[in-house]
Design a protein around this ligand. Structure first.
Ligand code: SAH
Length: 210
């Protein structure tokens, strides 16, 4: 297997950070080197973001892992991702969702092609990449069990909380330059928990940053 040593080292690092065995297992199954451009391949298993073109980045592995752990993704769930980028984060969620499905929205058409191609090479078939403005969510397939937002939003968007099932969970980075990562759980109301500081590229579009 390619990058076997590098991948093993990364998984061990993430384990030290307290990531669950379930998420580590999913990350072990997804070949991250197939989700980065050729010239970045030697860094594919380093724990930092990498450029994927169009001024965008694939998130650092620990960030993908933390967000997946916060969402507590179970088999059979229907998941929405905003900001598909390379498709890597969607792929890890798709493994966790098993018989479920991930709908991943991406605004940049070129990246949507990149993500579809990467997912195909990785043999992951329960992700659909859709070119749309994800700041409005994706009403076509709503409501969702889980929503994961991979770009910095101005607020906890009600377009997204409105598309969550009761009992559903959303992770979303909120803020312009630096963000707080929020875990939002929908019950009768919305329970909002701050989970620490993060840095993401901005969410653009109708409900994003101008
Ligand atoms: N999850 C990705 C990384 C995402 S980077 C991965 O695993 O590789 C954030 C992405 O959000 C970028 O690709 C950017 O184009 C996209 N984005 C920003 N605003 C958006 C919007 N309103 N709708 C959909 N995608 C958006």
């Amino acid at each position: 297997m390619e990058f076997k040593v590098e991948k093993k080292r990364l998984i061990e690092e993430l384990r030290q950070h307290g990531i669950s065995e379930r998420v580590l297992d999913a990350m072990r199954k997804v070949p991250r080197h197939l989700f980065v451009p050729e010239r970045e391949r030697s860094h594919a298993y380093a724990d930092y973001p990498l450029p994927i073109g169009w001024n965008q980045t694939i998130s650092a592995p620990h960030m993908v892992a933390i967000m997946c752990d916060l969402l507590d993704i179970q088999d059979g769930m229907k998941i929405l991702e905003i900001g598909a980028g390379s498709g890597y984060h969607a792929a890890v969620m798709a493994v966790l969702a098993g018989s479920g499905h991930v709908y991943a929205v991406e605004l940049i058409e070129g990246l949507a092609y990149f993500a579809r191609d990467n997912l195909k090479k990785a043999g992951i078939d329960n992700v659909t990449i859709i070119v749309e403005d994800g700041s409005l969510g994706l009403p076509d397939y709503a409501p969702y069990d889980r929503i994961s937002v991979a770009a910095a939003a101005p607020d906890i968007l009600d377009t997204l909380t409105g598309q969550l099932k009761v009992g559903g969970k959303l992770v979303i980075p909120v803020g312009r330059h630096f963000q707080e990562l929020y875990l939002v759980t929908k019950t009768n109301g919305l329970k909002k928990e701050a989970k620490g500081g993060v840095v993401f590229v901005p969410l653009v579009g109708k409900k994003g940053f101008k």
